[in-house]
Design a protein. Structure first.
Length: 371
């Protein structure tokens, strides 16, 4: 049996759901995988049993309704989100409801994770677990909680594989790497990114991850003169310098929603000899774009201005329309939505029944804003 998402597996997933989910819900993503236009995220919530149960049920529901992109991170809910994903997938596979090669499992490393619960003294916990054990030196740590040190990343990949119960993690993101820029200058940052990319390429070689990328918050949404700014072209160049054109830096994740449309609107990325948007740069560089926080942590699920219903037609709720906006953004492959409730999974995956909004309808939201 395949130990990772594959072209064939993700196509099988689409074909298996052909009677219930339209084919245009699936888009061609990195390395030829077919990705659902709506994915499930697992960030929010307490590290407790009730939240585990909610995510477990929502995972099963969303997969049955046509989601094959699952997003998590080792630090989410003190590793409990990764563990719930691992448990839910193992159960579905054991029951014959799913095959491993049909789902694209994505996680992140960078932030030091707790283990199952939040300790009373986080600083001491990090010191003992990561510095005391020799995995990190004090100089490797930024803001007391973030590191891209090679030895540390090797350790984190192993922990994530165990939590997820997977031989191969399909996409491994460096989590908010721009955090490092608060402590080191750009040259040192790029040196650290080179070291991290080497670890990730080695992990690809060993079959521990399928590909890698960066999952960011501010990095791609600010102007080039800002301290936290990330240039996608520079990062791809780093990967190419080390590994040539066959590198595996193929994914980026950034927030994209009605309140944060910069991936499409801000021309802050070098594309050949001009500056274009992040989605334009990603397209030119062969990088898949995944949108996070599609509902701005739930804030865009409330009552929204009428123009949203006028532009995102054929949907019943503002949460659905907000998700439709994200999955209709040119260049965005998958809109991630955090879901702990089965009812939300059903409401949100109903959007997959509709084709994405037309480009004209999508642009109406921007002209309305300007008018
Ligand atoms: N820097 C990064 O790498 C980064 C940052 C942020 C997010 N992410 C990824 O992106 C994923 C999505 O972002 P997010 O979870 O932060 O926020 P989000 O998807 O914008 O919003 C999730 C919130 O919306 C609620 N919700 C979902 N569907 C709803 C509906 N139909 N009606 C009303 N409320 C609804 C959820 O409630 P329930 O949970 O109760 O269902 C949850 O509270 C994350 O889970 C994570 O995987 C990555």
């Amino acid at each position: 049996m395949d130990e990772a998402a594959t072209r064939e597996g993700t196509r099988r997933f689409r074909d298996r759901l052909a009677g219930t989910v339209p084919a245009d819900h699936f888009r061609q993503g990195g390395t030829g995988l077919l990705l659902s236009s709506i994915g499930i995220g697992t960030y929010l919530g307490e590290p407790d049993d009730a939240t585990d149960a909610g995510y477990g049920q929502a995972l099963v529901a969303t997969i049955a309704l046509g989601t094959n992109v699952i997003d998590t991170a080792i630090n989410y809910r003190a590793q409990r989100s990764e563990r719930v994903v691992g448990m839910a997938l193992a159960a579905l596979i054991a029951e014959g409801e799913l095959q491993r090669d049909e789902v694209v499992v994505c996680t992140k490393g960078g932030y030091l994770p707790f283990d199952g619960s939040y300790p009373t003294d986080p600083g001491r916990y990090f010191q003992e677990t990561y510095v005391g054990s020799g995995l990190l030196t004090a100089a490797d740590l930024v803001a007391g909680s973030h590191s891209l040190a090679p030895r540390y990343l090797v350790d984190q990949i192993e922990r994530s594989r165990r939590n997820l119960r997977l031989a191969t993690i399909d996409v491994y993101y460096l989590h908010n790497p721009e955090t490092q820029l608060s402590a080191v200058d750009r040259d040192s940052f790029l040196t650290r990114m080179t070291g991290a990319f080497r670890v990730l390429e080695r992990a690809v070689e060993q079959g521990k991850i399928g590909a890698y990328g960066v999952a960011t918050w501010n990095g791609f949404r600010v102007a080039p003169d800002q301290r936290e700014y990330l240039s996608l072209a520079d990062l791809v160049e780093l990967a190419e310098r080390e590994l040539g054109k066959s590198h595996h830096f193929r994914w980026v994740q950034l927030p994209c929603n009605l309140a944060m449309p910069e991936a499409f609107t801000l021309r802050n990325q070098r594309v050949g000899d001009h500056f274009g948007s992040l989605v334009e740069a990603a397209d030119a560089l062969g990088v898949t774009v995944v949108a996070s926080a599609s509902l701005l942590q739930g804030q865009l699920a409330g009552r929204m201005p009428d123009i949203l219903a006028e532009a995102m037609v054929g949907l019943d709720t503002d949460a659905q329309r907000s998700i439709q906006f994200v999955r209709s953004t040119p260049g965005v492959t998958t809109a991630l939505v955090g879901m702990r409730q089965r009812a939300h999974a059903e409401e949100n995956l109903a959007v997959a029944q509709r084709p994405p909004a037309s480009h004209d309808d999508y642009l109406r939201l921007f002209t309305a804003r300007e008018g």
